[in-house]
Design a binder for this molecule. Structure first.
Ligand SMILES: *Cc1c(COP(=O)(O)O)cnc(C)c1O
Length: 391
């Protein structure tokens, strides 16, 4: 039996990556200025049909820049899902703001109806702001996350944002290439429905720059201000005049060289992700104890991460399955420990998160990289089908 390790996801450098990176090195433009940065920004903006994009050091930095730009400050409340990578919440803390945690819907994305109920019953309007009645704190923003490449209900969330005067920062770090499949944003790219959207190019994302991120928005002035903040808020390059204080969050030309080459491959990667998802679905159809979860956004999803779910939540069974796969040299992992249960965040407000808790006890992510071979995919399916869930 083939026993080589099958990773969850690895970078796929099959295009112009080395060529462009060498070009950056050869021209000695390796730092936070250079032609690849603006080319990467322009290509991404054009792909997402937005006027401007700002390349930065990470998705986390992008989220932080957006919160700062939208005026989220100490003591403000920011509505976040509990089921997300911790970066979404850490960025809120960077501004000394406070997260309020929400449950997820049937597709692991923030429960828009629970957000609506909170705003309606637990908040009141005050001078054009929304104030949480119990604490007197201002609800300033929300960060919906397109978890694993599925899509949030942006129609509902944007309606709420307008009614309650909230800034919406769309965490599209996992959904690049995805296109909304219904509603008034139908046909538009994820990350472009909110007031700003954030992408990530970390190593396991659909395209990577090693580490990196990008902020996109249909509001060109917002992106320009965010770019300014990302470059130490420098107003004059000769005399070093600064009218604001900023961050060293700009992407480097080396990273952007990699990113530009990766962006050229995005359509091919999307096709592989979709095809492998369909293959998994077909081969796992006869599995009794579990199933591949569907993407609610259907073909509009970028199919970034595949979720295999037990029929019922059972943490012990889930862990046995993970150990079993690991022993068969297959990398798989549980979804993130829910944020409202994490030590630094336990003191903040959390709604009833029973859907998220159930997903946490049921779901594992299985190998989904664009390098995954047909033989590897078969091995993963064989292993899943041979697992004895009750032994
Ligand atoms: C990857 C990711 C981020 C952060 O991106 P980095 O580039 O790693 O900082 C934020 N939110 C979610 C949901 C992510 O998956």
């Amino acid at each position: 039996m083939e026993t080589r390790w099958i990773p969850l996801s690895t970078p796929n450098f099959r295009g112009n990556e080395k060529k462009y990176v060498n070009e950056a090195v050869d021209t000695e433009w390796v730092s936070t200025a250079g032609a690849f940065i603006s080319r990467f920004e322009e290509q991404m903006a054009s792909r997402l049909s937005v006027p401007q994009a700002c390349a930065c050091q990470s998705g986390t930095a992008g989220l932080h820049l957006c919160l700062r730009h939208f005026g989220v400050t100490a003591g403000d409340l920011v509505l976040v899902p509990t089921l997300t990578f911790i970066a979404t919440v850490n960025a809120v803390l960077y501004q000394s703001a406070e997260p309020v945690f929400f449950d997820c819907d049937d597709h692991m994305c923030i429960d828009a109806e629970q957000v609506a109920a909170y705003l309606e019953h637990e908040c009141r309007p005050e001078n054009g702001r929304t104030v949480e009645i119990a604490s007197g704190k201002t609800v300033k923003a929300m960060i919906p996350v397109h978890v694993f490449g599925d899509h949030c209900d942006m129609d509902r969330l944007m309606d709420l944002a307008e009614q309650y005067h909230l800034a919406v920062i769309e965490d599209a770090t996992e959904s690049l290439g995805g296109v909304f499949s219904r509603g008034r944003y139908k046909g538009l790219s994820t990350g472009t429905a909110g007031h700003a959207g954030v992408l990530s190019f970390n190593g396991n994302k659909i395209i990577t720059t090693g580490g990196g991120g990008m902020v996109v928005s249909s509001d060109a002035a917002a992106v320009e201000h965010i770019r300014y903040l990302s470059q130490q808020a420098k107003d004059d390059a000769v005399y070093f005049v600064h009218e604001e204080w900023g961050y060293n969050y700009r992407m480097t030309n080396l990273q952007a060289a990699l990113g530009l080459a990766q962006l050229e491959e995005l359509d091919g990667f999307l096709e592989i992700k979709r095809r492998n998802y369909a293959l998994y679905q077909e081969k796992l159809a006869g599995c009794g104890y579990g199933a591949l979860l569907p993407f609610g956004s259907g073909e509009g999803s970028n199919h970034w991460f595949y979720s295999f779910a037990l029929r019922e939540a059972d943490g012990a069974k889930r862990d046995r399955l993970l150990r079993y796969l690991n022993n068969r040299q297959i990398q798989a992992r549980p979804i993130w420990k829910l944020n409202h249960t994490q030590t630094p965040f336990r003191k903040y407000r959390a709604m009833d998160c029973k859907n998220a808790e159930e997903f946490y006890g049921r779901v594992i992510n299985i190998p989904c990289g664009t390098n995954l071979t047909g033989a590897q995919l078969d091995r993963v399916c064989e292993a899943l089908l041979e697992f004895a869930p009750d032994s």
